[in-house]
Design a protein around this ligand. Structure first.
Ligand code: FES
Length: 103
């Protein structure tokens, strides 16, 4: 499957992803700038904050409870904000596009 990250400079990078990874891990593995994953994927740092493209919001599901709590104290949160460590890659998300928010 492929995932596209829209970077803070407006450029985008499309990378290959294995199913059942945390989206944050895919980003870190591919050195996507602006996604650091400082807490290791525990929904406790928000350095993996992304905006999910509108057409992918339903497929990526609802925020988890710890994610919701973390986002409540995160800067720049929008309706389509997600912590990318709380999104699991799967074939159903092939073509997923997210915008990197950075921290
Ligand atoms: Fe820390 Fe996602 S990696 S909240």
């Amino acid at each position: 499957m492929e995932v596209t990250f829209v970077l803070q400079d407006g450029s985008s990078r499309t990378v290959e992803a294995e199913p059942d990874w945390k989206l944050m891990e895919v980003a870190v593995d591919n050195a996507i700038p602006g996604i650091d994953g400082d807490c290791g994927g525990e929904a406790a740092c928000a350095t993996c904050h992304v905006y999910v493209a509108p057409e992918w919001r339903e497929a990526t599901g609802e925020r988890t409870e710890p994610e919701q709590d973390m986002l409540a104290s995160t800067f720049g949160v929008r309706e389509n904000s997600r912590l990318s460590c709380q999104i699991r890659t799967s074939e159903a998300l092939d073509g997923l596009e997210v915008e990197v928010v950075g921290s």
